[in-house]
Design a protein around this ligand. Structure first.
Ligand SMILES: [Zn+2]
Length: 360
């Protein structure tokens, strides 16, 4: 059976749903309190050619704690634009650190890479009431210890500009889930957002603007899930690019990493892989690695050096998935529409040398 045929079978097994875009109602204008965005110890590497702010794409974020840095890595040869978000959820540290490794380590030979390591830069300043964690985590590097803030799943309430509703239902008419009101502050329930809505809606809108204006061809959202969660070791793909994800999954399997595959739900709205892929030309993917920080009982658990799920294994899984999807994308693209990223470490390299070996 050819790789393509096996990929097609994997797509069928994952239950392909037809993609369809639906417009959501515009949200009401909200007065968001001003504030300075959190600044992080991120040390741009040899591939970084510019550093922008997300508010350059959406002025409604300027002067708010939701503004955040966009690292641009331009290749010498023209090609596809690739977008990466880490830190959609501030307590999913492998996603944040994998994005930082791309900023500090990767170079681009063809196309360009845009990386937002802290997509919700408000959530990173808060403590999650359900799973409180330390203010920061430490990663040992050859040059000394690096610290990364550890935050919450959601935008800080004081930054939002509006109280939580009793229940949150996404405005898309296809949405059929009533969520707790706190989920109004979950960036990954807010897409496509709105230009002058709550802070969470503004952040979502700004990311959509990046994808649209930069004509992103491939977009990734790096997440973590509880070790026992169905989502752990999962790639969620917009239905339109499910087959490319399936090719990547077979490639990862051959490397010894078993990732599951699921298409975006038609009725669970506001998620990156669903709305990015529906509303823009970008292929959209979300990765979930299992984090011991999101277990039911985190007492005494080391979020970085857990023996079963060390940060190195999780960051390696994120980066391997990124590389495998890009390789599958490139295999289908004409040469001048590819994106070639160099110096992205393999999972085996990160597991062997530790994450810190790939930070500056
Ligand atoms: Zn998440």
């Amino acid at each position: 059976m050819s790789l393509r045929a096996r990929a097609a079978a994997t797509v069928l097994a994952a239950g392909l749903l037809a993609a369809s875009a639906a417009l959501s109602k515009p949200a009401a204008q909200v007065a968001v309190p001003p504030g300075a965005p959190a600044v992080h110890d991120i040390r741009p590497g040899p591939g970084v050619t510019a550093v922008k702010m997300l508010s350059e794409y959406a002025p409604g974020l300027a002067g708010t704690p939701g503004d955040t840095r966009v690292y641009v890595l331009d290749g010498k040869e023209p090609g596809a634009t690739v977008f990466v978000a880490g830190g959609t959820h501030g307590n999913e540290i492998a996603g944040i650190v994998a994005a930082v490794v791309l900023v500090e380590r990767a170079r681009v030979a063809r196309g360009r890479l845009l990386v937002v390591p802290h997509a919700n830069n408000s959530a990173i300043t808060d403590v999650d009431p359900e799973r409180p964690g330390p203010p920061s985590i430490a990663v040992a590097t050859p040059g000394g210890e690096r610290r990364f803030l550890y935050g919450s799943r959601r935008t800080k309430l004081a930054h939002q500009g509006a109280p939580d509703p009793a229940i949150y239902r996404h405005p898309n008419p296809k949405a059929d889930e009533d969520l707790p009101g706190t989920e109004a502050r979950n960036l990954n329930r807010a897409y496509p957002g709105s230009a002058d809505g709550t802070l969470t809606q503004r952040m979502a809108y700004a990311v959509m603007q990046v994808l649209e204006r930069e004509r992103a061809a491939v977009a990734f959202d790096f997440h973590e899930a509880g070790p026992e969660s169905r989502l752990a070791w999962m790639i969620v793909a917009n239905p339109k690019n499910l087959e490319t994800a399936a090719v990547a999954i077979l490639d990862l399997e051959a490397q010894g990493l078993s990732m599951k595959l699921e298409p975006s739900s038609e009725t669970f709205r506001g998620l990156s892989h669903r709305e990015w892929g529906d509303a823009t030309a970008a292929q959209a993917y979300l990765f979930e690695t299992p984090s011991p920080s999101m277990a039911d009982d985190t007492k005494g658990v080391d979020f970085v050096n857990d023996p079963r799920l060390p940060l190195a294994r999780r960051v390696g899984g994120q980066l391997a998935s990124f590389s495998a999807v890009l390789a599958a994308y490139n295999a289908d693209a004409p040469p001048d529409a590819r994106a070639i990223c160099l110096d992205v470490p393999t999972m085996a390299e990160v597991e062997k040398a530790g994450v810190g070996a790939f930070l500056r």
